[in-house]
Design a protein around this ligand. Structure first.
Ligand code: 13P
Length: 250
């Protein structure tokens, strides 16, 4: 299965910063079998797509609205993203769940809207610290996946990417150990298999949460870890390039 290194820029960088980062990225030789994705803020998506031209590097959005169009001030539809050449979109990130009240049902609808527009949804799941401490992490992730995937067919599910991001590891410097990541990724893989073997073997499962060049090798080496969704380390060209190199080596 392909390895993916995806950078979630969150609310960082400006127009010039985006341009400089993309220029640096275009200099890299991306290892075979590695897909590189960057997710800049909305205002810089179109310029990033244009600058990348025919490059295989994918530009992703960080969110979209589930409806086709309408009176939803401040929102952006999947069709709008498609019209500017966006090929992937993060949905259900814990920051959107926590600060913007995004529910599993809304996330499921966003996945459908994206697939209808040929945009790859990068679906985020993961437990809170209290849930991990209470030993409820498998239960929580199972419930998140089942709620978001309930209305989707196996054919649709085959076209998504899952990112396991334990909330306690995001931006904290705490990373899931290689064992913790592998056991959850294997669990997610078995849940995907309940929608069909073809789903389990088609869907990359990425790890996210303080993933950096110094811990990426041991995370990416696990059989069910198909790459990373990177926050902080994806903002720095050198660190992001190193993560891409490491993904190619595992
Ligand atoms: P950090 O890599 O900064 O912990 O962020 C992870 C993340 O939230 C990616 O979506």
């Amino acid at each position: 299965m392909r390895k993916i290194v995806a950078g979630n820029w969150k609310m960082h960088k400006d127009r010039e910063g985006t341009k400089a980062f993309v220029a640096g990225l275009m200099e890299l030789s991306v290892p075979e079998g590695v897909e590189v994705i960057i997710a800049p803020p909305f205002p810089f998506l179109a310029a990033a797509v244009e600058q990348l031209g025919g490059s295989a590097i994918v530009v992703a959005a960080q969110n979209c609205h589930q409806k086709v169009q309408g009176a939803f001030t401040g929102e952006v539809s999947a069709a709008m993203l498609k019209s500017i050449g966006v090929k992937a979109c993060i949905v259900g990130h814990s920051e959107r769940r926590q600060y913007f009240g995004e529910t599993d049902t809304a996330v499921g609808e966003k996945i459908s809207a994206l697939l209808e527009n040929d945009i790859t949804p990068i679906y985020c799941c993961g437990e809170l610290k209290d849930e991990r401490v209470a030993g409820r992490h498998f239960e929580v992730v199972t419930a998140q996946l089942n709620a978001a995937f309930a209305a989707l067919s196996a054919e649709q599910l085959k076209r998504i990417v899952v990112a396991y991001e334990p909330v306690w590891a995001i931006g904290t410097g705490l990373t899931a150990s290689a064992e913790q990541a592998q056991e959850m990724h294997a669990h997610i893989r078995s849940l995907l298999a309940s929608y069909g073997e073809a789903v389990a073997s088609s869907v990359p499962v990425l790890y996210g949460g303080s993933c950096k060049p110094d811990n990426a090798a041991e995370l990416f080496a696990n059989p069910d870890v198909n790459g990373g969704l990177i926050g902080g380390a994806a903002l720095d060209g050198k660190q992001f390039a190193e993560l891409i190199r490491i993904a190619g080596a595992h």
